[in-house]
Design a protein around this ligand. Structure first.
Ligand code: SF4
Length: 315
């Protein structure tokens, strides 16, 4: 009897994964791996391989939408449909069209995680207007720190990006949560925090969310702040600032499909712990471990220890 071919994993979607901010988030990845306008020292996906400002269609919108529809109709819990993934989503020229099309077949809110660098372009701001929630990031308020932490494409200027964010705030009726990634010794000095505070007060986001280096970074030198240090900075930013808390672990409903492929798809997107995988896929840790051991033996994944936690990533 011939072996039944395995179902190929979804190319453009992953999860739902438990997200610290968005509950069970169905990730939509519309950019080739590590295609980005930045090369952040803390990037959990590793170094940027295609650093570019050039926007492109990249993939067929029809295929992306078909995969989203199929996943939603499977009955798994999805709290947000989230454009993020392995590159900068605003580099895709079909982003606005995709969001508008999703809104035609579901009421699940749509979020976009973006590095803000293209907000200076009117077309990019227009594309984002259809989203319910935009989570832009801003890690620096001065050009020298911007270059140190985000290692941008050379024409990018932080002052213009802040201006783009300000303009977007005026045009956009949805919710903006501005994320600030803090790296020890790089952008956390009191003087720079005050500069950031001033820039953010001009942007007027609905929330400021402080983050630090939790997952293994592109550069091992990118180190996290302690909870106490984050608390101090939170007080400087004031009442609409929060530290992004670890996701409250809950079991996901049943998983259909091939468990090994599902684990591999998660690992390929970002470094994940055993708990991340178990919670996301709704399976006992021992069961996940069985498959992880197999994948380790086959050399498809590797285990990396970071801050006392073991993460699994592609080998
Ligand atoms: S963290 Fe985001 S913005 Fe920075 S290099 Fe990675 S994908 Fe690009």
């Amino acid at each position: 009897m011939s072996k039944k071919p395995e179902e190929s994993p979804s190319l453009y979607i992953y999860g739902p994964v438990p997200s610290r901010r968005l509950g069970f988030s169905l990730g939509i990845d519309i950019i080739p791996s590590k295609t980005c306008t930045l090369d952040c020292i803390y990037c959990q996906l590793g170094p940027t391989t295609d650093k570019t400002l050039g926007r492109s269609k990249y993939f067929s919108p029809g295929e992306i939408l078909a995969q989203i529809k199929k996943k939603i109709s499977s009955g798994q819990r999805v709290d947000y449909i989230t454009f993020s993934g392995s590159g900068e989503p605003t580099l895709n020229t079909n982003l606005g069209k995709l969001i508008r099309e999703i809104k035609k077949f579901t009421t699940i809110p749509v979020a976009v995680l973006t590095n803000s660098t293209l907000f200076i372009q009117r077309d990019v701001r227009k594309a984002l207007r259809a989203a319910d929630l935009v989570v832009p990031s801003l890690d620096a308020a001065s050009q020298d720190i911007f270059e140190k932490i985000n290692r941008p494409c050379s024409p990018l200027k932080i002052e213009e990006i802040i201006e783009g964010l300000r303009t977007f705030r005026r045009e956009y009726k949805g919710i903006i949560w501005l994320e600030v990634m803090l790296v020890k010794g790089v952008n956390d000095s009191p003087a720079h925090i005050n500069e950031l505070k001033e820039a953010i007060s001009r942007i007027e986001p609905d929330k400021i969310q402080l983050n630090t280096v939790i997952r293994p970074p592109a550069e091992r030198t990118a180190r996290p702040l302690s909870p106490e240090e984050l608390e101090k900075i939170k007080k400087v930013f004031g009442k609409n600032c929060e530290i992004i808390a670890e996701f409250d672990k809950k079991a996901q409903e049943s998983l259909s499909g091939n468990l090994e492929l599902a684990i591999l798809a998660m690992v390929q997107r970002r470094p994940v712990t055993l708990s991340d995988i178990s919670t996301s896929l709704g399976r006992h840790k021992n069961e996940i471990l069985k498959y992880l051991n197999l994948l380790l033996e086959q050399g498809k994944v590797q285990a990396v220890v970071h801050k006392d936690l073991t993460y699994f990533e592609p080998n």
